[in-house]
Write a protein that binds this ligand. Structure first.
Ligand SMILES: O=C(O)[C@@H](CO)OP(=O)(O)O
Length: 333
């Protein structure tokens, strides 16, 4: 099956990327499966809708986050940056339908294809710094995606676990330094710890404990699985890390990519989109689909999933991205 077709199938079986409770599933959007999100508190936020036909997608109505002054404050108020979020490609335990959590499982060949396809979709979007979890499935995805980037910068993992690996990995050429993208790995972005469900089959667990109980363990905000982390506990570390380490990079004008996991990213998206604990129950992320946010004047503006490197709508939103793409077009590859 062609890579592009694989993506469409995956997304449409899972119905959506951002699908919140009470969301309206528009028939015309199900092909790539993105739907609008209705806010539970009317007037708080406008709907964002990405719709698709064939292999193209475009954004109809960008999300407006509240302009209540609660956003991040940047010293350079006019600065604008972008944030790409990607859930890793299919892992060997996704394929077997096993609870994975903090077990460090690699990608399947399909996951490798998904990562490459994700890279093609974002190959015109500049990336200055990459954050991944400490897990191999996220790191494989980040590296494979970067192989597709037109700028051909080399992603290099930054080892800061102690002084020695850090000092032993210094780069002594200014020219070479300009040609790399630092990859910062952080356990805080790891998948939620699934406790005693890790390694169990999801279907068999639902049969044993009941579908509703298992759904609550998997999707509710507050309820942890037995001896594992709830989404709230996962958010405590993942969102804290995001605020402490990722946001300062964006404020400094850096273009950032974060490659992580279904639930660590659900907690981050819940924060970015200001979803309630009810709304986040229905938030599902497909493997290997990039999601773009523009960070502007201290606010995150969700821009959907770039369908391909030449998708005009992604670049139409920001002058910087458009200029960067023009520059890439004019460069001899
Ligand atoms: O098993 C896991 O670690 C996660 C992600 O694959 O499962 P869930 O579908 O419950 O988010």
């Amino acid at each position: 099956m062609a890579v592009g077709t694989t993506h469409h199938t995956i997304v449409s079986t899972q119905s959506h990327l951002w699908n919140c409770k009470n969301s309206r599933l528009d028939e015309t959007t199900t092909k790539v499966g993105l739907v609008s999100i209705r806010s539970s508190s009317p007037g708080n936020r406008k709907l964002g809708l990405v719709c698709s036909s064939g292999s193209k997608s475009s954004i109809i109505d960008p999300v407006q986050l509240p302009s209540s002054g609660k956003g991040y404050h940047s010293p350079k108020r006019s600065s604008e940056s972008s944030l790409i979020l990607i859930r890793h490609g299919e892992s060997m335990w996704n394929e077997k339908n096993l609870f994975t959590g903090c077990v460090d499982v690699p990608l399947t060949p399909t996951g490798v294809e998904e990562a490459i396809e994700a890279g093609k979709r974002i190959c015109n979007i500049p990336i200055d710094v990459i954050f991944t979890s400490a897990m191999i499935r996220a790191q494989m995805t980040a590296m494979l995606a970067m192989m597709q980037h037109r700028r051909k910068k080399v992603p290099i993992i930054t080892h800061k676990e102690s002084e020695q690996p850090h000092s032993w990995s210094q780069i002594y050429s200014e020219h070479t330094r300009k040609q790399y993208v630092p990859v910062i790995t952080a356990w805080q972005l790891n998948e939620r710890m699934y406790g005693e469900l890790q390694g169990l089959n999801k279907q068999e667990t639902a049969e044993r404990f009941g579908k509703e109980q298992v759904h609550e363990w998997r999707r509710s905000y507050e309820m942890p699985p037995p001896n594992g982390e709830s989404l709230a506990m996962c958010a405590d570390r993942a969102v804290t890390y995001f605020k402490d380490q990722v946001v300062p990079q964006l404020i400094a004008g850096k273009l950032v990519m974060v490659v992580a996991h279904a639930n660590s990213l659900r907690s981050i998206i819940m924060h970015l989109d200001k979803l309630t604990s009810q709304e986040v129950i229905s938030l599902e992320l497909s493997t290997g689909i990039p999601m773009l946010y523009i960070f502007k004047e201290g606010e995150f503006l969700r821009r959907g999933s770039p369908a391909g490197p030449s998708e005009a709508s992604v670049y139409a939103y920001t002058k910087n991205l458009a200029q960067y793409r023009q520059k890439l077009d004019s460069m001899v590859q």
